[in-house]
Design a protein around this ligand. Structure first.
Ligand SMILES: [Zn+2]
Length: 367
């Protein structure tokens, strides 16, 4: 009897000791480490190239006044100084506003530096059920155009609709979607005024997966998670994009963050092949590009003329330098924002020129 119990206990201990890849895994202090505190130091000794200035002049087609903390003329001056030091010729600033708020920002940027900034307006999404909304939203667009807006952005639908967010979310049927017929005159007018539109549709696909042991992105991103929330699926949101593109072939649509399909560049390529007026920017998707440098380079070469450079991460000098290192060098194992270290793409000069500036010169309105 005793022998049986001893045998069972020994068996239990064996079962508790995990074996991975043929090596026993022992218990230790790392078992109680919190995921968000995990910051491994790398022992890898490889080239670390500092690129302070972009190799060619750059038009940053995705930035925000709010995220860049711009309130005064002095803030704008400081931004221009950083742009000079890093090689940014012009920044496109998404104000995401209309009305008086837009006018204020337009004055702030355009009166001081009309050649260094473009300001883009938002969309009036108040009272969309009121009669006359389709005409009203167009009238405000025209007014913003006269005030200096040369594009519209960033227009966002992460599932809560174009006019709302999780806080104060409207019932699903009330949420305005990209393919809503009430917006048809607006998209048409954007084409007539030659105003490109920057759209954030859906979000990174990991947002629709549970927060837990299999969640792809770090805890820093959990605030964006949508799993189990009252939103359409990732696929349903992308379908609103496609239905809008089906209807509006003359409007220039730039889907930011690689249209949130940067995890599957083959799928993105298929959609881009289908819609000639579809463009993307790479803003805030350093991690998608950096974790698949060969696929990303092939994509950027093949879709030259369809991809714009954008940052979307404030206006720190080190942020710009990080982009130049990623796109221009062959550095390996570059510390990244998620778990994934990045690998430099070492883009060819013609691809770089197109990404940095030439595509923007073709797509943006400089009138
Ligand atoms: Zn943005």
């Amino acid at each position: 009897m005793i022998r049986v119990i001893l045998f069972a206990a020994a068996n239990c201990a064996l079962m508790a000791q995990q074996v991975k890849y043929g090596v026993p895994v022992k218990e230790g202090p790392m078992d109680s480490l919190r995921l968000k505190d995990y910051r491994p130091d790398s022992s890898l000794v490889v080239a670390k190239t500092k690129v302070t200035m972009a190799r060619f002049p750059v038009i940053d087609a995705h930035s925000h006044a709010s995220m860049s903390g711009i309130k005064t003329r002095a803030d704008v001056d400081a931004w221009v100084k950083t742009m000079d030091e890093t090689g940014i010729e012009m920044s496109v600033v998404f104000t995401e506003t209309a009305g008086a708020e837009f006018d204020k920002l337009a004055d702030l940027f355009l009166k001081s530096y009309p050649k260094r900034f473009q300001v883009w307006c938002g969309m009036d999404t108040r009272d969309i059920d009121a009669p006359g909304y389709p005409e009203r939203v167009v009238r405000e667009l025209e007014r913003c155009y006269r005030k200096g807006a040369r594009g519209v952005g960033e227009i966002t639908d992460k599932g809560w609709g174009l006019q709302s967010s999780e806080e104060g979310a409207l019932p699903r049927a009330k949420r305005l979607r990209l393919d809503d017929a009430r917006l048809d005159p607006f998209w048409r007018r954007c084409a007539e005024l030659n105003m490109p539109v920057n759209i954030h549709i859906a979000d990174h696909p990991s947002c629709w997966k549970p927060l837990g042991p299999n969640q792809e992105r770090t805890p820093d991103f959990q605030g964006f998670n949508l799993y189990g929330k009252d939103v359409p699926s990732y696929e349903e949101l992308l379908a609103t994009r496609d239905r809008m593109l089906d209807k509006h072939t003359r409007t220039t649509f730039i889907f930011c963050h690689l249209s949130n399909v940067g995890n599957d560049l083959a799928a993105l390529a298929k959609t881009m092949d289908r819609y000639a007026n579809m463009y993307v920017d790479i803003a805030a998707r350093d991690y998608e590009i950096g974790r698949q440098p060969r696929s990303a380079r092939a994509f950027l070469e093949r879709y030259r003329g369809r991809v714009l450079f954008g940052t979307d991460m404030g206006r720190e000098r080190s942020m710009y330098e990080g982009w130049w290192r990623l796109l221009e060098t062959a550095d390996e194992y570059i510390p990244g924002r998620i778990w994934w270290p990045y690998y430099g793409l070492e883009l060819r000069d013609d691809t770089l020129k197109s990404l940095y500036r030439e595509t923007a010169l073709k797509v943006l309105n400089f009138q």
